[in-house]
Write a protein that binds this ligand. Structure first.
Ligand code: ADP
Length: 472
């Protein structure tokens, strides 16, 4: 007896627990906007930290010069040099070096990590030769993109609040991140100055704004997830008297830590959280981002295999955490062969479960679909939450009722989106786009076929217009 009905029961239960109707998504939208308010009202007022970035102006395409950047935060680490000519160009002249961060350095000491970074940077700088475009006397200035929660003390300094994702270097918490890098560079005799320390979402917002000045927010959905947006300084109540020339400041939401009772949570999420190094933390992130989606799927399938023998004897690999990865989910989603060959291959290669029957392959696709759909729809709700907070969702602001589109002042609004889940996982992207349309309603999501070169208009419309920033 294969107990297929029990497996179907597990699937049904999963689908119900992951339910994300428009009604529920709107509750998440409201909760996001409310938490944003609370996080801006007082320090510790919300699970959303709503961190000040000290970034009050964004590039607009007229920038000139050679800039260096360093990006640390996920699975890869990047060093980049870009030359801007003063006129916006789709792909400015640049060189990038990208390398994986050695696993052991993620949990080592700050000294080890930053020495690795500085040495990599040094090799990059040394390899650039004697380009005539670089003035030898000018000290190189570096922008440091660091995608963990930082309490900024200025635009170029800030203290690490905590680690997220796979990082855990105890001696770094509470220390100035830019200082650590500066020291490591000095130790290696590298003459560079950390001119800016920014969250990766702020980098994405800057890039979006460089290309399109209607960009007001940025979202990243990669290993982890986070968002930032441009806020009016007078709305940042916890920092009274904050004055900037532009009257605004970019706020790093740290939305990965968002939580609301309206989020559709399953027993698998609860177990995943309990097994993580940061339980009760980053709840939104654990339902949405690349580090976790594959493992949610694995947990569901493990449960199915315990209920039935359809996967053969309970495989030890199926009990191995993080063995099934999110990129495999997108491969499974993309498998259009009638007998789902790719699904069978992944199952055999990774989980060492051979000869999965077609019926079971279909089941696997379904589980991936349910988990990805929920993730993408929740991210969409988060995005609309930001639009609502800044009065760009067409509802007439957070306190007002729903207004007809023609009544409210419609402004073209661009949200820059980056990260592999959005850029490389088409099912995820489509679910997200669709949900934004559903939540905002057809009147606002009205289609206006504008497509910029190399830019993907997620939701072209009168008010909401999304683009992706392929950071490269
Ligand atoms: P970062 O590590 O800086 O966040 P990315 O945005 O590239 O960089 O995100 C990498 C994460 O995205 C990986 O952890 C992986 O889980 C996931 N990922 C990478 N490629 C794909 C893909 N094709 N489909 C789905 N998820 C992917």
């Amino acid at each position: 007896r294969r107990k297929w009905s029990r497996v179907v029961g597990v699937l049904k239960e999963l689908e119900e627990a992951c339910e994300s109707s428009v009604g529920r998504l709107r509750q998440v939208v409201d909760a996001m906007a409310v938490e944003m308010h609370a996080g801006l009202a007082s320090e510790g007022g919300s699970k959303l930290k709503m961190l000040l970035t000290f970034v009050d102006t964004l590039p607009n395409g007229s920038e000139k010069g050679t800039y260096y950047a360093l990006d640390l935060g996920g699975t890869n680490f990047r060093v980049l040099r870009v030359q801007l000519g003063g006129q916006r160009s789709d792909i400015p002249k640049h060189d990038v070096k990208r390398q994986p961060i050695p696993q052991n350095l993620m949990t080592s000491t700050s000294r080890d990590l930053f020495d690795f970074i500085a040495s990599s940077l040094q090799k990059f700088v040394e390899s650039e030769g004697t380009s005539s475009e670089l003035s030898p006397v000018r000290r190189r200035e570096l922008g440091f993109t660091f995608s963990f929660p930082v309490k900024q003390t200025s635009v170029s300094s800030g203290i690490l609040i905590k680690w997220t994702k796979a990082f855990a270097i105890e001696d770094m918490v509470g220390r100035d991140v830019a200082d650590c890098l500066q020291q490591a560079m000095t130790n290696r005799g590298l003459d560079m100055r950390v001119a800016a320390l920014v969250n990766d979402t702020v980098g994405t917002l800057a890039l979006g704004h460089y290309h399109d000045v209607d960009t007001v927010a940025a979202v990243i959905i990669g290993t982890g997830t986070n968002a930032c947006y441009l806020e009016r300084t007078d709305a940042i109540i916890k920092c009274q008297g904050l004055l900037t020339t532009s009257g605004g400041m970019v706020v790093n939401m740290e939305w990965g830590n968002f939580w609301s009772s309206h989020l559709p949570r399953t027993s698998y999420d609860i177990d995943l959280d309990a097994d993580s190094p940061n339980p009760n933390d980053q709840g939104f992130e654990k339902m949405i981002s690349g580090m976790y989606l594959g493992d949610i799927v694995r947990r569901v399938i493990l449960r199915m295999s315990q209920e039935s023998d359809i996967f053969g004897p309970v495989s030890s690999n199926l009990s191995t955490r993080f063995i099934f990865k999110t990129p495999d989910m997108s491969k499974i989603h993309e498998d259009e062969s009638p007998d789902l060959r790719e699904v069978a291959r992944i199952w055999k290669d990774i989980l060492e479960i051979p000869d999965v029957p077609l019926k079971v392959r279909k089941l696997i696709v379904k589980v991936c679909d349910v988990v990805t759909r929920r993730a993408a729809r929740l991210a969409a709700a988060g995005i609309v939450g930001i639009l609502k907070k800044i009065g760009r969702d067409g509802s007439g602001g957070i306190t007002g009722g729903r207004m007809r589109v023609s009544d409210s002042k419609m402004r073209r609004t661009v949200v820059a989106i980056e990260g592999s889940l959005y850029t490389s996982y088409s099912a995820f992207r489509e679910y997200l786009n669709e949900a934004v349309d559903e939540i905002l309603g057809e009147d606002i999501a009205r289609h206006k076929a504008v497509k910029k070169k190399g830019w993907y208009p997620l939701r072209p419309g009168i008010q909401g217009f999304f683009i992706t920033c392929d950071g490269g």
